[in-house]
Design a protein around this ligand. Structure first.
Ligand code: SAM
Length: 199
C-alpha cells in the first residue's frame, strides 16, 4: 500500500508509534563511534508521527522529514514543537524527494520503504542516493522475506537480503544485520534487515 489516501486514513484515525526505534539508535550510536552525527543533516523518509526525528533532534542532528500523509506531518510538527525540536517537514512522496542533489549527510528509513511495491523500492533508494552528499549514509530497516507478517498489515512488503541489497545497488553496503522479535511464546518471528549503505 502506497497511496496517499490509504495512509491519510490510517494517520487521521489513530496514533502511530510515539517511541523511537531502538534499531535506529543502534545505527546512530554504533556508527557514532567513528562518526559523530551531531550537526549532520538528516532526511527521515516516511517520518510517521515523528518519533525517530525526535531521537535524531535530541542527538542534535539537523532534522528534515517527509511523509505522504498530511495528518502524519501535522502530528509530527505538534510532537516536535512540544519536545522543542526544530525540523523542516513536508508532505511528499519518497519516490520523488523534493530536495536538491547532494543535500543530506544521512537518510533514514525506519520501516517506510518496505511499504512500497517491489518495483518502487529501487526507485526510492535511487532518490535517497541522489539527495545524499558524497560519503553520506543511508540506513534502512526493512521486513525480511523470512519474517512472519501480521494479517492486518497487508501493505508491508518483504524482501530477501539479496533482493534488498540489489535495490540498494547505487550504495556501497557498509553493514548488514537482521533483528528478530518473537511473539506469542516464540511461535512467530518478526525479522527486519538493518542495512547501512554509503554513497
Ligand atoms: C510503517 S510506517 C513507519 C513510520 C515511521 N517511520 C515509524 O517508524 O514510526 C510507514 C510510513 O510511510 C509513509 N509513507 C507511505 N508511502 C509513502 C510515500 N510514497 N512517500 C512518503 N511517505 C510514505 C506512511 O504515511 C507512514 O507514515
Amino acid at each position: 500500500m502506497d497511496t496517499h489516501a490509504e495512509w491519510e486514513t490510517i494517520h487521521s484515525a489513530r496514533e502511530w508509534g510515539k517511541w523511537p526505534r531502538t534499531e535506529l539508535n543502534q545505527f546512530l550510536t554504533t556508527l557514532g563511534a567513528k562518526q559523530k552525527f551531531a550537526g549532520s543533516k538528516v532526511l527521515d523518509l516516511g517520518c510517521g508521527n515523528g518519533a525517530n526525528l525526535w531521537l535524531m533532534g535530541w542527538l542534535q542532528m539537523e532534522c528534515v522529514g517527509i511523509d505522504i500523509s498530511e495528518s502524519a506531518i501535522t502530528k509530527t510538527k505538534a510532537w516536535l514543537d512540544r519536545m522543542e525540536i526544530s525540523a523542516t517537514l513536508a508532505v511528499a512522496d519518497m519516490r520523488n524527494i523534493p530536495f536538491e542533489d547532494n543535500t543530506f549527510d544521512v537518510v533514514t528509513d525506519v520501516c517506510s520503504i518496505q511499504c512500497m511495491p517491489t518495483d518502487d523500492v529501487a526507485k526510492v533508494f535511487k532518490e535517497a542516493h541522489r539527495v545524499l552528499k558524497p560519503g553520506g549514509y543511508v540506513f534502512t530497516m526493512f521486513r525480511s522475506s523470512s519474517s512472519w507478517l501480521e494479517p492486518n498489515l497487508p501493505y508491508v512488503n518483504r524482501l530477501s537480503r539479496p533482493e534488498l541489497t540489489n535495490a540498494m545497488s547505487p550504495f556501497t553496503i557498509e553493514a548488514t544485520e537482521v533483528t528478530e522479535q518473537t511473539l506469542f511464546n516464540l511461535s512467530v518471528s518478526i525479522q527486519h534487515h538493518l542495512i547501512v549503505g554509503r554513497k
